[in-house]
Design a protein around this ligand. Structure first.
Ligand code: ADP
Ligand code: MG
Length: 645
């Protein structure tokens, strides 16, 4: 169950204090009825006392009700700061004077709005949602252009989709074993974890997380930051792998004096580094530029793996930085390891703050030069598409006026155009911009409450001055998930969310409906655009033409995980793609890849370790062949039938 789906059910269905007061009314009404029944009895001297008693009881009940409700009213005011109580609270005092024997709905069934304005709002909503329609025909045009831009990126550098080669030449099948380290330097935290791959598609993960000190983000020297990272690795090893750590240190100290280190005693580490790097080997990559508040000019242009290794070596830790990892590649690897059966995964995709995908491509299709060493035996290499930049030229992507506005006011206009229509960071902003243009139209009654004098809640729809609706990036995409999941007849959950998240108070049912329709249209378009990327890569792989079943895809990110039916909408669009169709779509299996950055980095470290072993085996073979050749020069016949081990 997703957070989006559980959040509404954990919220109360309506206003906090309101229903409590209404519960009192029911009890009180019961008391009143009882008193009236007593009053209809025949007059009898012995009943005079009972009548008097009943009268006194009635007075007592009414007085008690008055005080109780008064107390409730104060209680509701005192506790109105509680997140669930801070909602639409009609003054309970009104109910005291007109007790009714029913349980009112938390929201009125037909909020009073002017008919003309309701029509205008509904019409305008339709007009707006139509602009976010992404037809089956659009999906197919998108796929063709995606394939074209994929090929362009495989042919040369400097294209819209970068199609970066990753030097990862195979994906796991779940049988891999071993203990690996993984570190992840994101924008805010540094995560260190060790992963024990059990060889049966399962793993055990131990991790620690520490915030990167602000002063180190802008340190003078690269070694200040990387030294800090190495010390975190040291602390982690001491705390979680003491035996191994001590043994390795002893071993390493003894052996280093003679002929180097014993490889098996050294942890292989996968380094997930979430900044732009130019990769030129499985554990080599130079920093292009810092982002996300980091600024250490000394590190720019340097190999980040080497920077980390230097600091690790200063501490004499038994760790080798074996792989540099991109989070999409990590997702692909993690999913391939954990996916059911022995099927290897074709694509790892992120639909979180941003969107991107990495897939397995045939070496024969990569026409641009691949510098550096890599294992050619698999005939494949994982490609990091950087599909967030698909169609920056806007050849086929939809471009409503709100898309254009979002791009114009972003920090990187003209770049990441696909991402700006698909991922979590941007969807809420598109919805916000569309709603703001509705708000600005005097003919439309969105969030206006034109009939507030007869509003059942005795309150006017208000939007706080500091509401997110007026601020760039002020509408988080998570609200869209709430909207999509709210199937209550009165949109009570969404209206509560509008209060809590956007400070839009007492929105009408029609307001909520308009919000939901616009939001769902933007969400649906995002899912169908995602299908363009997924579908194009499935077609590119040619796997639909083989019997391999299913075609596995790993996804990660809050959007795909929490937005209701996001994956179903992707499937629906996949089914209309020429060359896939409903039968092909059934063969595609999209599954969540958990702990991608940790498990994926560990798996890439494993690939790297295997490459090292193969390298040293190749070196050994070369040395043996050389020895045999030299010997055969001296002693004819030597080596003729030799089988090299
Ligand atoms: P990251 O991309 O940093 O790894 P996430 O995968 O958690 O992190 O994605 C965060 C993004 O997802 C944010 O832009 C946020 O607005 C969006 N998001 C978070 N929760 C939800 C949700 N329930 N529904 C839709 N989008 C969400
Ligand atoms: Mg993520």
């Amino acid at each position: 169950m997703t957070a989006a789906a559980t959040a509404p059910s954990s919220s109360p269905p309506g206003p906090g204090p309101g229903p409590q007061v209404e519960g009192d009314d029911i009890e009180t009404c019961g008391g009143v009825k009882e008193s009236r029944q007593a009053g209809t009895s025949a007059i009898h001297p012995s009943l005079v006392f009972i009548h008097l008693f009943s009268l006194a009881f009635l007075i007592l009940v009414l007085t008690a009700q008055f005080f109780l409700t008064d107390i409730k009213f104060h209680y509701s005011r005192i506790f109105s700061s509680h997140p669930f109580s801070r909602t639409i609270s009609s003054p309970p005092a009104v109910i005291v004077h007109e007790p009714v024997c029913e349980s009112p709905q938390p929201f009125p069934t037909a909020p009073p709005v002017s008919r003309v304005h309701t029509m205008a709002l509904a019409e305008e909503t339709k007009r707006i949602t139509a602009q976010f329609e992404y037809t089956d025909d659009d999906v197919n045009k998108g796929v063709q252009e995606f394939l074209r831009q994929m090929h362009e990126g495989l042919d040369k550098d400097g294209t819209s989709m970068s199609q970066i080669v990753t030097y990862v030449t195979g994906v796991p099948n779940g049988t891999e074993k071993g203990l690996y380290l993984a570190v992840d330097l994101g924008g805010t935290n540094f995560r260190v974890c060790s992963i024990n791959l059990n060889g049966d598609s399962t793993f055990n993960l131990t991790y620690s997380k520490v915030a990167v000190p602000k002063e180190l983000m802008v340190a003078k020297k690269a070694e200040d930051l990387f030294g800090f990272l190495a010390r975190q690795i040291e602390l982690f090893l001491k705390e979680h792998h003491e035996e191994h750590f001590e043994a390795s240190i002893r071993r390493r100290q003894t052996i280093s004096a003679e002929d180097g280190y014993e490889d098996e005693e050294i942890f292989r580490l996968g380094f997930t580094f979430s900044f732009p790097v130019m990769q030129f080997g499985i554990n080599k990559g130079t920093l292009i530029r810092w982002t996300k508040g980091f600024d250490i000019p000394d590190a720019v242009g340097k190999d980040v793996c080497a920077l980390l290794q230097q600091e690790i070596d200063k501490l004499r830790l038994p760790v080798k930085v074996a792989a540099l990892v991109n989070d999409t590649v990590g997702t692909l690897m993690a999913r391939s390891y954990t996916s059911p059966g022995k099927t290897s995964t074709l694509l790892g995709a992120i639909f979180g703050t941003g969107t991107n995908g990495a897939y397995v491509e045939k070496l024969a299709n990569i026409h641009k030069p691949i510098t550096g060493e890599y294992n050619q035996s698999t005939g494949e290499m994982v490609i990091n598409t950087e599909w967030g930049s698909f169609d920056n030229q806007l050849n086929v992507l939809p471009n409503t006026k709100w898309d254009a506005e979002l791009d114009r006011d972003s920090v990187n206009p003209g770049i990441q155009i696909f991402e700006k229509r698909v991922s979590g960071m941007f969807l809420g902003e598109i919805v916000r911009l569309a709603l703001v243009s509705m708000l600005k139209d005097p003919k439309i009654s969105l969030f206006r409450d034109v009939n507030s004098s007869s509003n059942d809640w005795k309150s006017t729809t208000t939007i706080a001055k500091d509401s997110g609706i007026f601020e760039q990036w002020g509408l988080d995409s998570s609200v869209m998930s709430i909207a999509a999941a709210d199937h209550t007849p009165e949109y009570s959950i969404l209206r509560q969310e509008l209060e809590n998240e956007l400070k839009i108070y007492s929105a009408s049912k029609e307001d909520a409906q308009a919000f939901k329709h616009v939001s769902c249209a933007v969400g649906r378009r995002a899912a169908r655009l995602s299908a363009v990327a997924v579908g194009a890569i499935v077609l590119q792989s040619g796997k639909l033409k083989t019997d391999e079943d299913p075609i596995d895809i790993g996804v990660d990110g809050s959007l795909v995980e929490h937005y209701p039916f996001f994956r179903d909408m992707i499937y629906e669009a996949l089914a209309v793609i020429d060359g896939i169709g409903p039968e092909g779509a059934k063969r595609i299996r999209i599954g969540i890849a958990k702990d991608g950055s940790g498990v994926g980095a560990a798996l890439i470290a494993l690939v790297a370790a295997n490459m090292e072993k193969k390298d040293s085996a190749d070196r050994l073979t070369t040395v043996k062949e050389e020895a045999v050749r030299k010997l055969s020069n001296v002693i004819p016949g030597v080596g003729e039938k030799t089988t090299l081990a």
